[in-house]
Design a protein around this ligand. Structure first.
Ligand SMILES: C[S@@+](CC[C@H](N)C(=O)[O-])C[C@H]1O[C@@H](n2cnc3c(N)ncnc32)[C@H](O)[C@@H]1O
Length: 263
């Protein structure tokens, strides 16, 4: 995928843009008042990143993609205002200090919620490299009047990598919880906020090898989010399934070291 980077008139000289360019090694082209469409055609690019004051915005086909924590903010807001516990947090049994590896970062909503409760850094892996970079820098540059949200976002360490090779390199027991939320093979129509992500995302199904490695790397639990009716739970060896109240999604868990089995 050929990606070019441009700026707005006000962000042309920003040091953050220079740092982004030297990390990504995508070509910079001056904006000179030209439209995204014109730049894309002129430079024969598949996508254009515009460096906005609030972070990178990726334009691909007719969609625009940028980091925003809206889902995480809603979920944490429900907990903070009404004490409603998040189902993912309940299923993962996240405790303060837990080391969490999110193997499918996406927009990072689950990782932010996890970081809020774990009160420590969360590692997020994303194999779709343009998506990983936009989310990484979007998180870096995000600011909000809510310190609890900003703290959780800044705890995410985004690594643009495939989880299969990353897991293979991790020592045993190096995380407490390893979490997977892969792209559904048959998407739910209602998940509108994920739509721009769909174009950029890695749609490959999880491999049995990844789950085997995850069980070696996790000290407590491996968790998989999927459609309630998915056959992936069975294929990948998840026994305990917890369904969401909307009955559409479910979480499967593998307890790696169930109580009583620890030596
Ligand atoms: C459904 S989204 C995750 C949404 C995320 N849980 C959230 O809260 O925003 C799945 C993400 O996993 C990524 N992905 C798929 N296979 C992967 C792999 N092998 N390694 C790393 N990331 C992967 C996809 O590119 C996609 O961005």
């Amino acid at each position: 995928m050929k990606i070019i980077v441009t700026s707005t008139a006000s962000t042309r000289q920003e040091p953050s843009l220079q740092a982004f360019l030297s990390e990504c090694r995508w070509d910079f082209v001056p904006r000179q008042g030209r439209s995204i469409h014109k730049l894309r055609t002129l430079y024969q690019a598949d996508a254009v990143v515009v460096w906005e004051p609030s972070g990178p915005v990726l334009y691909v086909e007719d969609e625009k993609f940028f980091f925003h924590p809206s889902m995480a903010k809603n979920r944490l807001g429900l907990y903070r205002k009404k004490g409603i516990q998040d189902l993912m947090v309940r299923v993962c049994e996240i405790q303060p200090g837990d080391r969490i590896l999110d193997c499918t970062l996406g927009l990072g909503a689950d990782a932010i919620v996890a970081a809020y409760f774990a009160k420590t850094d969360v590692v997020g892996l994303e194999s779709a490299i343009p998506l990983a970079r936009v989310v990484k820098w979007g998180m870096k540059m995000y600011s909000t009047p809510f310190p609890w949200l900003e703290e959780a976002i800044k705890r995410i360490c985004v690594i643009p990598r495939d989880h299969q090779s990353y897991l293979a390199e991790c020592p045993g027991d190096s995380f407490d919880i390893v979490y997977f939320d892969p792209m559904f093979q048959h998407p739910l129509l209602k998940s509108q906020p994920l739509n721009p992500l769909r174009k950029l995302a890695d749609h490959r199904p999880l491999t049995e090898d990844s789950i085997e490695q995850a069980c070696r790397v996790a000290r407590k639990k491996v968790v998989l989010k999927e459609r309630s009716d998915s056959l992936e739970f069975e294929r990948l060896g998840f026994q305990k399934i917890v369904r969401g109240s909307n009955k559409l999604i479910a979480y499967g868990t593998i307890d790696v070291n169930p109580p009583g089995s620890r030596g």
